[in-house]
Design a protein around this ligand. Sequence first.
Ligand code: CO
Length: 174
Amino acid sequence: MVYKVVRYLNSPILERPAGDVTEFDTPELHMLIEDMFETMYASHGIGLAAPQIDVPKRLTVIDISGGEEDRDPERIVLINPQIVAKEGKQTGEEGCLSIPGFREPVTRARKAVVRAQDVKGVPFEIEGDELLARAIQHEIDHLNGVLFINHLSALKRDLIKRKIRKLQKAGDWE
Ligand code: CO
């Protein structure tokens, strides 16, 4: 099932820290993960966090292949993830399925090591660099109620907010 992605400023859920996942390997959790991948691929994203579909849980799915047919899927599921190490810096354009149409350069760590649990609750670690590191940091931010625009200057952020409020008034931001 493809969920409607919650847009920034339409709901406070995107700016609230999410709660831990406490039940593992349930049919509901498996279904939620499948639906999150389906929703992410339908929107041509490379990552989606549960709060973006109005589920306040610390769960995110990532696939930097974006589900493109000519590329192998690299499906990553992170439950209750935590970044345990970061290294270096990278600056690149970033967008968000909850803030469609807006892209801005964001500086992030070039490498990130994450500790998380899998769908069965088993802990594991993965290391990402470049785009994967960026996606990991962006998605874990979501679980903490942080959006990429929080990494921009107040001036840029306010400009984007003003544009979104205009779109809201025009009924073009559902
Ligand atoms: Co996002």
